[in-house]
Design a protein. Structure first.
Length: 79
C-alpha cells in the first residue's frame, strides 16, 4: 500500500486522488512518518441480483416439491 506525507499530498493531491481512483489501491497518508489517514476509492454497493444472479440458473426444486414444504423434506441432507 503506497504512502505519502501530508505535505507531499497537499502539493499533488489531485494526482494522488486520480491514482487511487484508477488503481483501486488505498493510499496511506503520514504525519512525521506515522500513518494518520487512509484514502480509499469509493465502491458502490452491489445489488442482490448482481451478487446472486448467476445462482438463479442453478437452484432447482424437484418436480414434486411444494414451495411451503420444509427444506429438509425436499432435499437430502447429504448434498
Amino acid at each position: 500500500m503506497p504512502t505519502v506525507s501530508k505535505s507531499a499530498l497537499k502539493a499533488r493531491m489531485l494526482e494522488y486522488f486520480r491514482e487511487v481512483e484508477s488503481s483501486g489501491e488505498p493510499l496511506v497518508v503520514t504525519d512525521n512518518r506515522v500513518p494518520v489517514l487512509k484514502v480509499l476509492p469509493f465502491r458502490r454497493a452491489e445489488t442482490a441480483e448482481e451478487i446472486f444472479g448467476d445462482l438463479r440458473k442453478n437452484a432447482r426444486l424437484p418436480d414434486d416439491a411444494e414451495l411451503n414444504e420444509p427444506v429438509a423434506d425436499v432435499w437430502s441432507e447429504h448434498a
